[in-house]
Structures are given as structure tokens and as C-alpha cells.
Design a binder for this molecule. Structure first.
Ligand code: PLP
Length: 339
């Protein structure tokens, strides 16, 4: 185990992940490729399958490191419109007819950054369109466990008769982001190509970490931890909802839709939020605002008229911190109105 072999990952860890994916996500796979977080997965996929100037479709608002990985490997990005229910199927159809799109990157369970859950109907329509146009779907399921209102929808990869979905997930949200354990599920020939690239890049993931996580999963600590964290995050999700409602009751023009899950809320402050990140950083608060989720270099770049949203993370902070930070946001945005 301590040699260069086992590029695709420690066998025990892979077996535990496969069991877990079947039990918790209805995803029936016999193999996975362990990688250095989702980020390496994204880069490997881009390196293996994107040629210079290939078109890759992405949600208009999205996860910047994914787009940067695709663009770094030569992709031309096509923004697809999204609405309150996620990616717009009609717009995807129109762009598929316009460009020879090779790949679609999606975050269907909790759209990043808006946290919207893509409905089963849209998932099916998107799948059928991608199948008809020979498009690979990259499904990034980064925080699957944290769904509070109901059971999370099974991944698109769980119903993929044509083998067009490359599924990736990570331990970054379950454990901590420095753990650097992610994995890819895909058709065997796809996994083989990705594994060949992985060998060229860094041989394999750190073995000690893989053994430690395998042991943790075997002993049941992993599942207990998930239960505890889901309970805690649900409390924080309710706390964030309660604070936002209090602010609405004070007539602040705040609008949001409580998501079914995830680790953040996507909030419309009905005021320009572009300056907010820097202002709050001065006061020690980390905030992600709408502007940072657009990609300026897309071939088809869709930009909003206003930048009035921010993504408010609730999972990683106590409810006291959350309340104080929200107060600062409100002061920064609406102080001039209240004076
Ligand atoms: C959409 C999305 N994908 C993946 C990840 C996790 O990346 P990694 O596994 O490289 O830490 C994140 C983390 O914030 C994310 O938001």
C-alpha cells in the first residue's frame, strides 16, 4: 500500500465509498477514482476530454474554480440561463442547437451559488437533451448529505442508462476542505482515461489519509458524524431563516426562498451588493456576493441588470456570529436609508 501502485485509490476506501453511495444516494457503482478533492476531479475531466476551443455549457451563476479549470484546458464557456427552479431547459436546447457543446457542468442538488434543487422533470429533460446531442454531463454533488426538508433527490448519475454522466463528490463538506479527498464515478472506460491522467499528475492520493478515512467509515464514525452534522446544520439553517425573517419584519427589503438544503442561503437585498464583500472584510466577515459568481470570459456571457444578491453561508458558524454578521450587512446596505 505504501508504494506507487493503486493509482485510483485504496481498495478499502473505494469499497466503503461504493457501499455508502449505494445506501445513501442509490448510486450503484463498482469502482470510483479517488482524487485530491473535487478540484482535481474537475481538472482531470477537463484535461482528458476538452480540446482547445471545445464548448462547455455552464449555469450562468456558478462555481468559479470549475469554470477556471475548464477554461485553463481550452474550453469556451457558454452560459445557460437559469431561473428560480434552476437551469432553463429551453435555453439549453437553444444553445445546443447553436453550438457543438461537448460538456455540461451542473450542480443539480444544490445549485452553486443559488442552492436551488433542480426538479426531477427538468433533470430528465436535460438528460434527454444531452443524450440527443452527445453531451457529457458533469454532475458536481458537493454537499449531498445536507438536505433538511426531505430526503435529497438521488443523483442524475443514479439513472444514467446511456453512461453520459460523470459524477463527482467530495469529503470537503463532510469533513474539512484540507482533507483533500474527492472521487469520480463514471463508465469504466472514462475512469480508465482519468486514472491515466491522474498517474501523470501525481500518481495517487496520500495513502495515510485514505487509510484513516477508510477506517473511520468501517468503524461507523463517518455515519455518526454525518447524523450529528446534519442535525447541527439544520439548526443553523433554521436560525438563518429566523434572522432573515426578523429583518423582513423590520421592513428591510430582503427576499429569499428557503432552500431544501445546502449550506447557504441566496438572498436578494434589493440593493447593489458589489461593494459589500470588501466592506465586510474590513470588519472580519467573509461574504460572497453575486458579482463573483459570473464568469467574464464566457463566449456567451449573461450578466444581470443589478447585482443585488449575496450567498450567506450558515453551516460553518454559530447562530450568534450569524446574527452579528447579518446586522453588519444590514447596516452597510441600508444605513443611509434609515438615517
Ligand atoms: C460547487 C462546488 N464543488 C466542489 C467543491 C469542493 O471542492 P473540493 O473537493 O476541491 O474541496 C465546492 C466547495 O466549495 C463547491 O462549492
Amino acid at each position: 500500500q505504501l508504494h506507487y501502485g493503486q493509482i485510483s485509490g485504496n481498495e478499502q476506501l473505494k469499497a466503503h465509498i461504493c457501499d455508502y453511495l449505494y445506501k445513501a444516494r442509490n448510486l450503484n457503482v463498482s469502482d470510483v477514482l479517488i482524487c485530491n478533492g473535487s478540484q482535481e476531479a474537475l481538472f482531470l475531466i477537463a484535461k482528458a476530454f476538452i480540446k482547445q476551443d471545445d464548448f462547455v455549457a455552464v449555469e450562468t451563476l456558478g462555481y468559479p474554480p470549475a469554470r477556471q479549470a475548464f477554461a485553463a484546458c481550452g474550453a469556451q464557456l457558454i452560459d445557460i440561463k437559469q431561473d428560480d427552479e434552476g437551469l432553463c431547459v429551453d435555453d439549453l436546447k437553444a444553445q445546443l442547437e447553436c453550438y457543438a457543446i461537448k460538456m455540461l457542468y451542473l450542480t443539480p442538488l444544490h445549485q452553486y451559488p443559488t442552492t436551488v434543487t433542480l426538479s426531477p422533470t427538468r433533470r430528465l429533460q436535460i438528460y434527454q437533451l444531452c443524450y440527443a446531442h452527445n453531451v457529457m454531463i458533469i454532475e458536481d454533488d458537493y454537499d449531498h448529505e445536507f438536505h433538511y426538508r426531505c430526503q435529497p433527490l438521488q443523483p442524475m448519475a443514479a439513472d444514467d442508462p446511456a453512461d453520459i454522466v460523470i459524477y463527482l463528490s467530495t469529503f470537503s463538506k463532510i469533513m474539512f476542505s484540507a482533507a483533500r479527498i474527492g472521487y469520480i464515478c463514471a463508465a469504466p472506460e472514462v475512469l480508465a482515461q482519468l486514472t491515466a491522467w491522474k498517474q501523470l499528475m501525481n500518481h495517487k492520493n496520500d495513502v495515510l489519509m485514505q487509510l484513516a478515512v477508510a477506517h473511520w467509515m468501517k468503524e461507523g464514525g463517518f455515519e455518526r458524524h454525518l447524523k450529528r452534522m446534519t442535525k447541527l446544520y439544520k439548526q443553523r439553517y433554521e436560525a438563518m431563516d429566523a434572522y432573515l425573517m426578523e429583518l423582513q419584519a423590520l421592513w428591510h427589503p430582503i427576499e429569499y426562498k428557503k432552500p431544501d438544503g445546502g449550506m447557504a442561503m441566496w438572498v436578494n437585498f434589493n440593493k447593489d451588493t458589489r461593494h459589500l464583500k470588501a466592506q465586510l472584510a474590513k470588519q472580519g466577515v467573509y461574504l460572497q456576493t453575486e458579482a463573483e459568481f459570473y464568469f467574464t470570459n464566457s463566449v456567451r456571457s449573461l450578466k444581470p441588470v443589478n447585482y443585488s444578491y449575496a450567498r450567506l453561508g450558515f453551516a460553518g458558524q454559530s447562530s450568534e456570529n450569524m446574527q452579528q454578521s447579518l446586522q453588519l450587512v444590514v447596516q452597510e446596505l441600508y444605513a443611509s436609508v434609515r438615517k
